[in-house]
Design a protein around this ligand. Structure first.
Ligand SMILES: Nc1ncnc2c1ncn2[C@@H]1O[C@H](COP(=O)(O)OP(=O)(O)OP(=O)(O)O)[C@@H](O)[C@H]1O
Ligand SMILES: [Mg+2]
Length: 469
């Protein structure tokens, strides 16, 4: 079960035709019961540990756990899907609480009077704006193991990379400082599962300061894409790799000799279909395509870049995304000579990025408008380099034809053959001309897209490209 399929197994509408508010109530009810249980465990742990208060239980395990065996909430479904036990449930609630009921953790703020400092055994960390207690693995260990060192050892297995907490990106575990104990790792809930457990929404991450990528989608289909035969063949080859990767690498044991993943360079002038092809490949192999704008990454995120890229690659790897690096020119050829601190920094970031690209087990597509001057050392890293050339007259005709739907009010005088023959425009420019002409129809109150409107649009496009008329 991979990351994406786990979420697919969760029934988003367990009540059948329910409103979003019904789903949220279902989630809230399940979480409230779980929090009540958590509170009892917490009180019991404190009483046992500090040998105080009235304690009806001699162990936290004696406290009855809410029965989630038939509960339909997203939380209960997730617990059943992964077969989580009491320890895992306590950890989940602990990670959820700062988001949904921060005051429930305030008990951890009591101070050790003997040393006039917080109790080391509670763990916890201080975050910027949040006034409440933020848990670490230490906090979970205190809750679950108390002073029992052996139980504490066993707990580490829950934070291994192959445990669903990490493998399915349920928890956000951040190991802050080299040399500090592992138990200082902060314990957070991923946005994805936080949304699932609360609003019930399956969340797809989108561009933000810490997530420098945006999901690409397209309404187009393969038949809309006009490419030379040999270019389509190359694209098909890549798709076959995606379909057969598992068999090739694992069943046939070729992982021993072949590098993981598939790296491909799309190069060619603007508007020739590079982005469109990347989106269509995603549709074909049912993977999300995330577009990373390198110019934004390298210039704007100085200092944070490596961390952001690391989390992007980690997520991408788990979810089998296709990574599409647009304007990848920054990665090619000569690095800037490291004179200033910024230059050195961006060289370092580029090296890091190249390494991650090289190790990526899925598909990475890099796109550029540069034609030549891609250095050899760099080209060797690609499994294929696909040239998106300017379309010839025949291809241009097909793009014109495909891009104007039948219901579009096209005037009889429009001669698409002539437009295709006379103007060397890339697909992107053709689309712009069509948009311009359509707006002209609305603006002038006329009935049809006429040859004249299209000709005006062509002139505008040529001006944009700096061509003489
Ligand atoms: N080969 C093509 N076949 C059909 N339509 C095309 C083709 N090339 C471009 N188009 C049309 O032009 C639009 C823009 O193309 P696209 O964004 O894929 O170009 P690009 O090569 O990525 O350009 P850039 O280098 O500027 O990023 C597409 O969404 C599509 O409508
Ligand atoms: Mg593009």
């Amino acid at each position: 079960m991979n990351q994406a399929s786990a979420l697919n197994l969760i029934e988003p509408d367990p009540l059948g035709g329910a409103e979003a508010s019904d789903i949220q109530r279902l989630n809230a009810d399940a979480l409230s019961a779980e929090i009540d249980w958590f509170n009892r465990v917490l009180t019991c742990r404190f009483n046992l540990y500090f040998e105080q208060g009235e304690n009806p239980f001699s162990d936290i395990n004696e406290i009855p756990v809410p029965d989630l065996s038939t509960d339909k909430s997203m939380y209960a479904q997730t617990i059943r899907l992964f077969g989580f036990d009491e320890r895992e449930r306590l950890i989940l609630i602990l990670a959820l609480l700062p988001n949904i009921m921060p005051q429930a953790l305030d008990t951890f703020f009591i101070r050790n009077k003997l040393f006039d400092k917080p109790y080391s055994e509670f763990g916890g960390w201080q975050s910027g704006q949040h006034r409440g207690f933020m848990p670490t693995i230490e906090t979970a260990a205190f809750l679950i193991a108390g002073g029992d060192i052996e139980k504490r050892f066993v707990l580490t297995e829950l934070f291994e990379p192959d445990h669903p907490f990490t493998a399915h990106n349920i928890l956000m575990l951040d190991y802050k400082q080299f040399g500090e104990p592992f138990f200082c790792t902060t314990l957070g809930m991923s946005t994805e599962y936080l949304n699932l457990f609360t609003t019930g929404e399956v969340h797809k991450p989108d561009f933000s300061m810490t997530f420098p990528a945006k999901r690409l989608t397209t309404a187009a289909c393969w038949d809309d894409l006009v490419l030379a035969h040999h270019v389509k063949d190359e694209v098909r080859h890549l798709i076959s790799w995606a379909h057969g990767a598992r068999t090739i690498m694992q069943d046939w044991g070729l992982a021993k000799v072949l590098k993981p993943g598939y790296r491909v360079l799309f190069y060619g002038p603007p508007g020739t279909g590079k982005t469109m092809t990347a989106s269509l490949i995603g549709e074909e192999i049912q993977s999300d395509v995330y577009r990373v704008d390198l110019s934004a990454v390298v210039s704007k995120y100085i200092g944070e870049t490596e961390k952001n890229l690391a989390s992007l690659f980690d997520q991408a790897e788990k979810k089998k995304w296709i990574l599409f690096f647009d304007e990848a020119d920054a990665l090619f050829g000569k690095r800037t000579q490291g004179s200033t601190a910024n230059d050195r920094h961006s060289n370092q970031e580029i090296s890091y990025l190249l390494q991650r690209i090289e190790d990526y087990p899925g598909i990475v597509i890099l796109a550029t408008n540069l034609q030549g001057n891609i250095d050899d050392a760099f080209s060797r890293r690609f499994q294929s380099m696909i040239h998106f050339a300017m379309p010839d007259a025949q291809q241009r005709y097909r793009i014109w034809k495909n891009s104007i739907p039948a219901q579009c009010p096209l005037a009889d005088d429009v001669d698409l053959h002539a437009l295709a023959d006379n103007h060397e425009l890339a697909g992107g420019a053709i689309i712009n001309v069509i948009r311009y002409a359509a707006i002209q129809v609305v603006q002038t109150g006329s009935d049809h897209i006429t040859q004249e409107f299209l000709d005006q649009g062509v002139v505008k496009e040529q001006r944009k490209e700096g061509k003489s008329l």
